[in-house]
Structure formats: C-alpha cells, structure tokens
Design a binder for this molecule. Sequence first.
Ligand SMILES: C[S@@+](CC[C@H](N)C(=O)[O-])C[C@H]1O[C@@H](n2cnc3c(N)ncnc32)[C@H](O)[C@@H]1O
Length: 295
Amino acid sequence: MKPPQQLHIPVLFDTTMSILAPVASEKYLDLTAGYGGHAREIISRIGGAQNATLVDRDENAIRELSNQCGFANARFLHSDFLAAAEKLRTENQKFDMILMDLGVSSPQIDKAERGFSFQKEAALDMRMDESQELSAYQVVNQTSEKKLSEYLFKFGDESPKMARKIAHSIVLNRPIKTTKELANVVIKVSPKRGKIHPATRTFQAVRIIVNDELRQIRETLPLALELLNSGGRIAVISFHSLEDVIVKNYFQEQSRAGYEATIKLLNKKPLTSDQNELVYNPRARSAKLRAAVKI
Ligand SMILES: C[S@@+](CC[C@H](N)C(=O)[O-])C[C@H]1O[C@@H](n2cnc3c(N)ncnc32)[C@H](O)[C@@H]1O
C-alpha cells in the first residue's frame, strides 16, 4: 500500500506493520518518531495515542507531530533515544512494541540550512538536535588530521589511503565553512567513482560523529529490550552497514544465549524493500529491517 503524500515517506511501511502486528490497547514506543509515518498507523491500530510514547531528538519533528491531529494524547519526548530509554527505564515503563527507524528524515536532508546534504549550499551543521553544541563545523575544522583520517576510515568506509588523502586535503583547506566547500575539497583528491558522489562517505562519517550515532544505537538496544514486555516486539530499520551490523550482532547474541536468551528473532535475514516501494521512495533502497520478540 502506498502511504498518502507526506513530508517523510515511511520506509518498509507494510513490513513494519506486519512485523510489529499492533493490536488494540497495546503500548507503543517510537524511539525515532520523525514525522509520524509509522506511528500514525500504529496509533490507529492500538486505538489511540494515549498508549504511545514518541521520541525524537529533532525538536522540529516533535513540534510538527504534536500539532497533528490524532497525536494529541501521546507522550512526547524531545530527547536522543539513549537518554529517553534511560528515563523510561527509571520510570519502570513497559511497552509491547518498539520501533527504531534510524538515520535522518527527508525534511532534515531537504532543508538546506540543516547542512546534511552536499548538494545544497549551507553552513556545516548536521546536528539532528539543533540545541546540541557540537556541529559539523567543529568536527571538520577542529579535529586533528590523524583523527579525521581515522573517522573517514571507520565511519565513512574509505580505504586507509583515501582516508589519509581526504583528511590531509581538509586540513590544508581549513577553515571549511560550508557543505559545498567540504564537498569540493573531497572531490579534488578523489578518483571518479561511478554513480556515488565522492563526498558521500565523508558526509556520512562527519554526520555519525556529530550525532554520536553508533554509540547511541549500541547503548540503546539493551535498554530497549528491557523496556519490552514479554511477547513484545522490536523492529529496527537501518540505512547503512555500520548501523546494521550493531543490530545484527546484538540480536544474534541475545537470541543465541541458550537459557539466558532474552529474544527470539522474527527474521533471520534482514527484510528489505521491494521494487514497488523503490519506485515511489528511492530512499528505501538501503533500508534493512531486523526484528525480534521478547521471550
Ligand atoms: C528515518 S526518520 C524516522 C521517520 C519516521 N519513522 C516516520 O515515518 O516519519 C529518523 C528520525 O529519527 C531521529 N533520530 C535519529 N537518531 C536519533 C537518536 N539517537 N535519538 C532520537 N532521535 C533520533 C531523527 O531526528 C529523525 O527524525
């Protein structure tokens, strides 16, 4: 089913619904509520927003969501999901469904001034939470060449040689103030690479560092499992291999722990989008959904 016209088209929509299988009166925690594409349907299936907790570290998303009809009775948390999960655990909250639809939303990428896209000229920013201090400007201009090279290798999947080359070029051209300036510095030292823009990996690495993305996922997953009721379902949608491998390894470890296992996997292989979805939402191309049920 194609969802209606919206700011952000939810990926793997039907798959998420059949995996989470919401039923009336269940409690729902959306740790990446965004623009509510998944949440809207789940809330309608559980019979109202009073049983929904919606988290996002982007205040624009929370503001937009809380103004939409159908969400008024939900609990909103403007917070990163690690802090939100810690808070909910302290409150002894339990849920029947948890969704983590990782990465950025379309409005974050499309709004040039957020600085996520190398195709749009803007100040280097990339903060999902605009109240946070650390921005891409600081990462790009205040990190040592050695550390930058390490980031590009570890979080941008660049080869060690390319990582060193790009880091060196960045340091030579500092201060770098805008997205296009950064992209051009990378292009200058990069070989042509087919369809992928040479700055893609650098932007990925910087974004991961600015938002501390991988630690957030790594440390939230165990808390998320604690927050689930027995029989509760968790679905995590990731958009690149660095995210997916964390989810995959953690779910495997927890499901293969013999008598100590805390979850059962709902899918052995990650679920991905079909051709039909890719036609109207090319962003779904790299999406992978892994899900489990709490024992
Ligand atoms: C792919 S969008 C979610 C879209 C949503 N499922 C929908 O259909 O509208 C990802 C959202 O997660 C938020 N996000 C990413 N990492 C986060 C984190 N560590 N803590 C809280 N929110 C996060 C982003 O700000 C963004 O709004």
